[in-house]
Design a protein around this ligand. Sequence first.
Ligand SMILES: *[C@@H]1O[C@H](CO)[C@@H](O)[C@H](O)[C@H]1NC(C)=O
Ligand SMILES: *[C@@H]1O[C@H](CO)[C@@H](O)[C@H](O)[C@H]1NC(C)=O
Length: 364
Amino acid sequence: MASCLVCCIIVTSLFMSLSFASAQQGRAFFVFGDSLVDSGNNDFLATTARADAPPYGIDFPTHRPTGRFSNGLNIPDIISENLGLEPTLPYLSPLLVGERLLVGANFASAGIGILNDTGFQFLNIIHIYKQLKLFAHYQQRLSAHIGKEGAWRHVNQALILITLGGNDFVNNYYLVPYSVRSRQFSLPDYVTYIISEYRLILRRLYDLGGRRVLVTGTGPMGCVPAELALRSRNGECDVELQRAASLFNPQLVEMVKGLNQEIGAHVFIAVNAYEMHMDFVTNPQDFGFVTSKIACCGQGPFNGVGLCTPLSNLCPNRDLYAFWDPFHPSEKANRIIVQQMMTGSDQYMHPMNLSTIMALDSRV
Ligand SMILES: *[C@@H]1O[C@H](CO)[C@@H](O)[C@H](O)[C@H]1NC(C)=O
Ligand SMILES: *[C@@H]1O[C@H](CO)[C@@H](O)[C@H](O)[C@H]1NC(C)=O
């Protein structure tokens, strides 16, 4: 009886995952945001925000740098992998032509934020409104292949990921003491301001045809090795940056709820990146990490000073480190994050997780 039930469950779930994969086939994936999701656009730009030298990419299938801020795959790659899709190419890649346009595109650019002035120190990067402009341009190119209506439908049915906000703190408000923005706004007022600007960006994405959009907030910025090196004596997370993250993330969820209500559909899904990171930052051993404080690649205290370069310390086994470089999670940590996106509870994915979305969308 029991084995029969198990058998039945296995058959059902096998059937579900098969129909699931086939329903996802042909679905496009678009990515917007910063270095957490940039798959190499900045390699084509004259900017200092780049990951184009070893040991970046050391665990990538080619073992070479790709512009991803990871030892291997990044979050968009792993989402594509989970959905059975080809990885999306950076929009600036010359390989993104013809049939490959149907797979989608990655518009993200390391260093950018919600605000236009965030990341100005990196010079030539693709700010978010420029990313959206390129998305409109992409749609014109797609129309040339499959017609205007086909292109619109393809975009409507796509999955979209947008990751913004971290740089508005670490590379703007807290970049230097007495920064322009910190003199202009108290922290709570700044958070309110950038949330209202994020809302406008999401609204624009909707107007451009986005109908399933994962929206991530910031991780625990005060706990990344770079900030531990800069602001922490004993490795405790920086209180001020943690306060910023804990103000920003709940307001993001509320903003997303309000926007969905206004639209009358579950277009936007709030991804609680803060909680997803905090699990392995607080209990790294539970996830197979030896540490969440020391970056695998870097130098100085916590390997958190400066950038990850060919001359940096490098850990032998990247899977044992939650952080790859002073700011970015390792591929292993990215996998934990994407797993939570796929199947996490309401606490992580609001109003629903990616498996639920995929099951819903495959029915229409
Ligand atoms: C940011 O730039 C875009 C496009 O250049 C503009 O439409 C938008 O109003 C700007 N945002 C702010 C807050 O200045
Ligand atoms: C998330 O996904 C799992 C399936 O993997 C499902 O059982 C669960 O109910 C989902 N949670 C929510 C809140 O949608």
